[in-house]
Write a protein that binds this ligand. Structure first.
Ligand SMILES: NC(=O)c1ccc[n+]([C@@H]2O[C@H](COP(=O)([O-])OP(=O)(O)OC[C@H]3O[C@@H](n4cnc5c(N)ncnc54)[C@H](OP(=O)(O)O)[C@@H]3O)[C@@H](O)[C@H]2O)c1
Length: 229
Protein backbone atom coordinates (compact mmCIF):
# COMPACT_ATOMS: atom_id res chain seq x y z
CA UNK A 1 0.00 0.00 0.00
CA UNK A 2 1.13 3.56 -0.71
CA UNK A 3 0.73 5.72 2.37
CA UNK A 4 -1.23 8.84 1.44
CA UNK A 5 -1.38 10.33 4.93
CA UNK A 6 1.28 13.07 5.15
CA UNK A 7 2.53 12.25 1.64
CA UNK A 8 3.57 15.36 -0.31
CA UNK A 9 2.04 15.17 -3.79
CA UNK A 10 2.26 17.57 -6.72
CA UNK A 11 -1.02 17.91 -8.64
CA UNK A 12 -0.63 19.54 -12.06
CA UNK A 13 -3.84 20.81 -13.62
CA UNK A 14 -5.13 21.03 -10.05
CA UNK A 15 -7.69 23.66 -11.05
CA UNK A 16 -9.38 21.42 -13.63
CA UNK A 17 -12.49 19.30 -13.16
CA UNK A 18 -10.60 16.07 -12.58
CA UNK A 19 -7.56 17.71 -10.99
CA UNK A 20 -9.60 19.50 -8.32
CA UNK A 21 -11.68 16.37 -7.58
CA UNK A 22 -8.43 14.39 -7.15
CA UNK A 23 -7.07 17.12 -4.84
CA UNK A 24 -10.17 16.92 -2.61
CA UNK A 25 -9.89 13.12 -2.38
CA UNK A 26 -6.19 13.33 -1.52
CA UNK A 27 -6.83 15.92 1.18
CA UNK A 28 -9.52 13.61 2.63
CA UNK A 29 -6.78 10.95 2.84
CA UNK A 30 -4.46 13.33 4.70
CA UNK A 31 -2.03 14.19 1.88
CA UNK A 32 -0.16 17.49 1.59
CA UNK A 33 -0.35 19.10 -1.83
CA UNK A 34 1.56 21.42 -4.11
CA UNK A 35 -0.97 22.75 -6.61
CA UNK A 36 -0.03 23.72 -10.18
CA UNK A 37 -2.35 25.35 -12.69
CA UNK A 38 -2.44 28.12 -15.21
CA UNK A 39 -4.96 30.55 -13.71
CA UNK A 40 -3.72 32.27 -10.53
CA UNK A 41 -7.29 33.16 -9.55
CA UNK A 42 -8.49 29.55 -9.75
CA UNK A 43 -5.40 28.35 -7.88
CA UNK A 44 -5.98 30.83 -5.07
CA UNK A 45 -9.63 29.76 -4.75
CA UNK A 46 -8.71 26.07 -4.62
CA UNK A 47 -5.91 26.69 -2.11
CA UNK A 48 -8.29 28.61 0.11
CA UNK A 49 -10.82 25.75 -0.05
CA UNK A 50 -8.22 23.06 0.76
CA UNK A 51 -6.63 25.05 3.59
CA UNK A 52 -3.61 23.78 5.53
CA UNK A 53 -3.13 20.75 3.29
CA UNK A 54 -1.68 23.07 0.64
CA UNK A 55 2.12 23.31 0.79
CA UNK A 56 2.50 25.68 -2.17
CA UNK A 57 0.85 26.86 -5.37
CA UNK A 58 2.53 27.53 -8.70
CA UNK A 59 0.99 29.14 -11.74
CA UNK A 60 2.72 28.31 -15.02
CA UNK A 61 1.91 27.96 -18.70
CA UNK A 62 2.89 24.38 -19.51
CA UNK A 63 2.91 24.99 -23.25
CA UNK A 64 6.39 26.48 -23.14
CA UNK A 65 9.56 24.76 -21.85
CA UNK A 66 9.91 27.06 -18.83
CA UNK A 67 6.53 25.97 -17.43
CA UNK A 68 7.38 22.41 -16.37
CA UNK A 69 10.75 23.61 -15.02
CA UNK A 70 9.02 26.22 -12.84
CA UNK A 71 6.50 23.66 -11.55
CA UNK A 72 9.27 21.20 -10.66
CA UNK A 73 11.23 23.94 -8.87
CA UNK A 74 8.18 24.85 -6.77
CA UNK A 75 7.68 21.23 -5.76
CA UNK A 76 11.34 20.97 -4.70
CA UNK A 77 11.04 23.60 -2.02
CA UNK A 78 9.62 21.18 0.56
CA UNK A 79 12.44 18.64 0.21
CA UNK A 80 11.18 16.35 -2.53
CA UNK A 81 7.85 14.77 -3.31
CA UNK A 82 6.16 11.40 -2.88
CA UNK A 83 4.41 11.67 -6.21
CA UNK A 84 2.99 13.72 -9.06
CA UNK A 85 -0.43 13.60 -10.70
CA UNK A 86 -0.46 15.16 -14.17
CA UNK A 87 -4.09 16.17 -14.83
CA UNK A 88 -3.58 19.11 -17.19
CA UNK A 89 -4.70 18.81 -20.78
CA UNK A 90 -6.71 20.20 -23.68
CA UNK A 91 -9.02 18.71 -26.30
CA UNK A 92 -9.90 19.61 -29.90
CA UNK A 93 -12.42 18.23 -32.39
CA UNK A 94 -12.74 18.06 -36.16
CA UNK A 95 -11.50 16.19 -39.22
CA UNK A 96 -7.80 16.25 -40.11
CA UNK A 97 -8.35 18.70 -42.97
CA UNK A 98 -9.51 21.31 -40.47
CA UNK A 99 -6.64 20.81 -38.01
CA UNK A 100 -4.56 23.99 -37.92
CA UNK A 101 -0.94 24.06 -36.77
CA UNK A 102 -1.55 26.02 -33.55
CA UNK A 103 -4.19 23.53 -32.40
CA UNK A 104 -1.98 20.56 -33.25
CA UNK A 105 0.98 22.11 -31.42
CA UNK A 106 -1.06 22.90 -28.30
CA UNK A 107 -2.57 19.40 -28.16
CA UNK A 108 0.85 17.79 -28.30
CA UNK A 109 2.46 20.31 -25.95
CA UNK A 110 -0.12 20.03 -23.16
CA UNK A 111 -1.03 16.37 -23.45
CA UNK A 112 2.36 14.83 -24.22
CA UNK A 113 5.41 17.12 -24.33
CA UNK A 114 4.77 18.92 -21.01
CA UNK A 115 4.44 15.73 -18.91
CA UNK A 116 7.67 14.43 -20.48
CA UNK A 117 9.49 17.68 -19.68
CA UNK A 118 7.97 17.77 -16.20
CA UNK A 119 9.01 14.22 -15.29
CA UNK A 120 12.54 14.90 -16.55
CA UNK A 121 12.78 17.93 -14.25
CA UNK A 122 11.18 16.10 -11.32
CA UNK A 123 13.41 13.00 -11.37
CA UNK A 124 15.87 14.27 -8.72
CA UNK A 125 12.98 15.11 -6.41
CA UNK A 126 11.03 11.86 -6.53
CA UNK A 127 11.63 9.85 -3.37
CA UNK A 128 11.91 6.03 -3.53
CA UNK A 129 8.38 4.65 -3.46
CA UNK A 130 7.07 7.69 -5.33
CA UNK A 131 4.21 7.43 -7.83
CA UNK A 132 3.85 9.20 -11.18
CA UNK A 133 0.25 9.40 -12.42
CA UNK A 134 -0.56 10.43 -15.99
CA UNK A 135 -4.11 11.23 -17.04
CA UNK A 136 -4.28 9.80 -20.53
CA UNK A 137 -7.75 8.88 -21.86
CA UNK A 138 -9.88 6.08 -23.28
CA UNK A 139 -8.97 7.32 -26.80
CA UNK A 140 -5.45 5.93 -26.25
CA UNK A 141 -7.14 2.51 -26.35
CA UNK A 142 -9.83 3.34 -28.92
CA UNK A 143 -8.77 6.31 -31.09
CA UNK A 144 -11.80 8.23 -32.39
CA UNK A 145 -12.53 9.83 -35.74
CA UNK A 146 -12.82 13.60 -35.46
CA UNK A 147 -10.38 13.43 -32.53
CA UNK A 148 -7.32 12.02 -34.31
CA UNK A 149 -4.72 14.46 -32.96
CA UNK A 150 -6.16 14.31 -29.42
CA UNK A 151 -6.22 10.49 -29.61
CA UNK A 152 -2.61 10.46 -30.86
CA UNK A 153 -1.45 12.81 -28.08
CA UNK A 154 -2.98 10.48 -25.48
CA UNK A 155 -1.52 7.36 -27.16
CA UNK A 156 1.89 9.03 -27.01
CA UNK A 157 1.46 9.73 -23.29
CA UNK A 158 0.35 6.15 -22.61
CA UNK A 159 3.39 4.84 -24.51
CA UNK A 160 5.68 7.15 -22.56
CA UNK A 161 4.14 5.96 -19.27
CA UNK A 162 4.80 2.32 -20.15
CA UNK A 163 8.44 3.00 -21.02
CA UNK A 164 8.94 5.10 -17.88
CA UNK A 165 7.37 2.40 -15.72
CA UNK A 166 10.08 0.02 -16.90
CA UNK A 167 12.86 2.62 -16.75
CA UNK A 168 12.10 3.83 -13.22
CA UNK A 169 11.22 0.48 -11.63
CA UNK A 170 14.74 0.01 -10.21
CA UNK A 171 14.44 3.39 -8.50
CA UNK A 172 11.21 2.09 -6.97
CA UNK A 173 9.18 4.74 -8.77
CA UNK A 174 5.78 3.52 -10.04
CA UNK A 175 4.15 5.01 -13.14
CA UNK A 176 0.36 4.73 -13.28
CA UNK A 177 -1.28 5.43 -16.65
CA UNK A 178 -4.97 6.32 -16.28
CA UNK A 179 -7.34 6.16 -19.25
CA UNK A 180 -10.75 7.43 -18.10
CA UNK A 181 -13.83 7.40 -20.32
CA UNK A 182 -15.76 10.62 -20.96
CA UNK A 183 -16.26 12.40 -17.63
CA UNK A 184 -18.54 15.32 -16.72
CA UNK A 185 -15.99 18.09 -16.19
CA UNK A 186 -17.06 20.30 -19.09
CA UNK A 187 -13.75 19.64 -20.89
CA UNK A 188 -15.52 18.74 -24.15
CA UNK A 189 -17.43 22.06 -24.06
CA UNK A 190 -14.10 23.99 -23.98
CA UNK A 191 -12.21 22.64 -27.01
CA UNK A 192 -9.26 24.70 -28.22
CA UNK A 193 -10.77 24.20 -31.69
CA UNK A 194 -13.68 22.47 -33.40
CA UNK A 195 -17.25 21.63 -32.45
CA UNK A 196 -17.92 19.00 -29.78
CA UNK A 197 -19.76 15.87 -30.94
CA UNK A 198 -22.78 14.55 -29.02
CA UNK A 199 -21.01 12.56 -26.32
CA UNK A 200 -23.87 11.72 -24.00
CA UNK A 201 -23.61 11.90 -20.26
CA UNK A 202 -20.13 11.24 -18.90
CA UNK A 203 -18.98 9.69 -15.64
CA UNK A 204 -19.12 11.65 -12.40
CA UNK A 205 -15.79 13.43 -11.81
CA UNK A 206 -15.80 12.62 -8.07
CA UNK A 207 -16.25 8.91 -8.77
CA UNK A 208 -13.46 8.92 -11.37
CA UNK A 209 -11.19 10.83 -8.96
CA UNK A 210 -12.02 8.38 -6.18
CA UNK A 211 -11.06 5.42 -8.37
CA UNK A 212 -7.75 7.11 -9.30
CA UNK A 213 -6.86 7.81 -5.67
CA UNK A 214 -7.82 4.24 -4.74
CA UNK A 215 -5.42 2.97 -7.45
CA UNK A 216 -2.63 5.19 -6.14
CA UNK A 217 -3.09 3.87 -2.61
CA UNK A 218 -3.44 0.22 -3.71
CA UNK A 219 -0.19 0.26 -5.78
CA UNK A 220 -2.05 -0.51 -9.00
CA UNK A 221 0.16 -0.42 -12.10
CA UNK A 222 -2.41 0.44 -14.77
CA UNK A 223 -5.89 1.96 -14.84
CA UNK A 224 -7.55 1.21 -18.21
CA UNK A 225 -10.94 2.56 -19.25
CA UNK A 226 -12.54 -0.74 -18.18
CA UNK A 227 -11.50 -0.03 -14.58
CA UNK A 228 -14.12 2.75 -14.49
CA UNK A 229 -17.04 0.54 -15.62
N1 LIG B 1 -13.10 15.07 -18.85
C1 LIG B 1 -12.98 13.97 -19.59
O1 LIG B 1 -13.94 13.47 -20.20
C2 LIG B 1 -11.65 13.27 -19.67
C3 LIG B 1 -11.63 11.91 -20.03
C4 LIG B 1 -10.40 11.27 -20.14
C5 LIG B 1 -9.23 11.96 -19.90
N2 LIG B 1 -9.29 13.28 -19.55
C6 LIG B 1 -8.02 13.99 -19.35
O2 LIG B 1 -7.93 14.39 -18.00
C7 LIG B 1 -7.20 15.63 -17.93
C8 LIG B 1 -8.03 16.63 -17.14
O3 LIG B 1 -9.24 16.85 -17.84
P1 LIG B 1 -10.42 17.73 -17.21
O4 LIG B 1 -11.68 17.15 -17.74
O5 LIG B 1 -10.23 17.89 -15.74
O6 LIG B 1 -10.16 19.12 -17.97
P2 LIG B 1 -10.29 20.63 -17.43
O7 LIG B 1 -11.36 20.72 -16.40
O8 LIG B 1 -10.44 21.50 -18.64
O9 LIG B 1 -8.88 20.91 -16.73
C9 LIG B 1 -7.73 21.12 -17.52
C10 LIG B 1 -6.58 21.58 -16.65
O10 LIG B 1 -5.45 21.82 -17.50
C11 LIG B 1 -4.94 23.12 -17.22
N3 LIG B 1 -4.32 23.73 -18.40
C12 LIG B 1 -4.87 23.85 -19.64
N4 LIG B 1 -4.01 24.50 -20.44
C13 LIG B 1 -2.91 24.79 -19.69
C14 LIG B 1 -1.67 25.44 -19.96
N5 LIG B 1 -1.37 25.94 -21.17
N6 LIG B 1 -0.78 25.54 -18.95
C15 LIG B 1 -1.06 25.04 -17.72
N7 LIG B 1 -2.20 24.41 -17.41
C16 LIG B 1 -3.12 24.29 -18.39
C17 LIG B 1 -6.14 23.93 -16.76
O11 LIG B 1 -5.70 25.07 -16.03
P3 LIG B 1 -6.66 26.35 -15.83
O12 LIG B 1 -7.83 25.86 -15.03
O13 LIG B 1 -5.85 27.33 -15.09
O14 LIG B 1 -7.05 26.78 -17.21
C18 LIG B 1 -6.85 22.89 -15.89
O15 LIG B 1 -6.26 22.83 -14.62
C19 LIG B 1 -6.92 16.04 -19.38
O16 LIG B 1 -5.63 15.63 -19.74
C20 LIG B 1 -7.94 15.26 -20.18
O17 LIG B 1 -7.50 15.00 -21.50
C21 LIG B 1 -10.47 13.94 -19.41
Amino acid sequence: MTQLRDAHLLVVGATGGLGSAICRRLVDEGSRLTLAGRSETKLAALASELGEAVVATISADLSNPAGPVAVAAAAAEDGGIDGVIYAAGVVAFGPLGELDDDTFDELLLLNFVAPVRLLRSLLPQLKPGAVVVHLSAVVAEKPMKGMAAYSASKSALTGFSAAMGAELRRQKIRVLDVRPPHTQTGLHTRPISGVPPQLGRGLDADIVAGRIVEAIAADEADLPASAFA
